[in-house]
Write a protein that binds this ligand. Structure first.
Ligand SMILES: [Zn+2]
Ligand SMILES: [Zn+2]
Length: 182
């Protein structure tokens, strides 16, 4: 039905994360029915929800023509609390990478002076089964340890609240991220 999806350096599998879904919708930018549509956040003028195909995000045309961003650039590196990254990396994440939906303003984890790869939302089960290596960084980010962390971690839910957002460093492979709640 469709070409394989474009490769996003900072969002490895946007179908698995739920940011891109199979859809018969026509893309607002290329006006073609590509079989997939982006359903994550869009910051821009007008009604741009579920408007773009992955190819028009990847090539930057959706961002350019609609003055749209898919992640707030201020959230990339989180105002300096994480590693600073070059402006072209901020542009690639905010303008040419599918975003993801968080409970609060989304933040894009950075490490080793690069934006990290978003792997997905995680609850207790996902952390235990796939991403246990992210736990130390999540604890630091949440400012919790011991019993407090254990209670909080037990409540983490990929589809509920609180939720963890897990990333992998492009350079050293470390896992990290943050969590929030509604
Ligand atoms: Zn398109
Ligand atoms: Zn790193």
């Amino acid at each position: 039905m469709s070409d394989s999806l474009p490769v996003f350096r900072y969002h490895a599998d946007p179908i698995a994360t739920g940011s891109i879904v199979s859809s018969p919708k026509v893309c607002r930018r290329c006006e073609r029915r590509r079989g997939y549509i982006y359903v994550g956040p869009v910051y821009g003028d007008g009604e741009l929800d579920e408007a773009f195909c992955p190819w028009c995000i990847a090539d930057g045309s959706a961002a350019t023509e609609f003055d749209a961003e898919f992640t707030d650039p201020d959230g990339v590196g989180d105002h300096g609390s994480w590693d600073a990254v070059p402006p072209d990396v901020v542009d690639e994440v905010s303008q040419r990478t599918p975003g993801f939906s968080g409970w609060q303003q989304e933040r894009w984890w950075t490490h080793c002076a690069d934006a990290a790869v978003f792997l997905g939302r995680a609850g207790r089960r996902e952390l235990e089964e796939r991403w246990a290596a992210a736990i130390p960084a999540l604890m630091v980010e949440a400012g919790m340890e011991g019993e407090t962390w254990r209670d909080y971690a037990a409540a983490l839910d990929a589809h509920g609240s609180p939720t963890a957002y897990v990333f992998r460093c492009t350079r050293c492979g470390a896992l990290g991220g943050y969590s929030d709640c509604h």
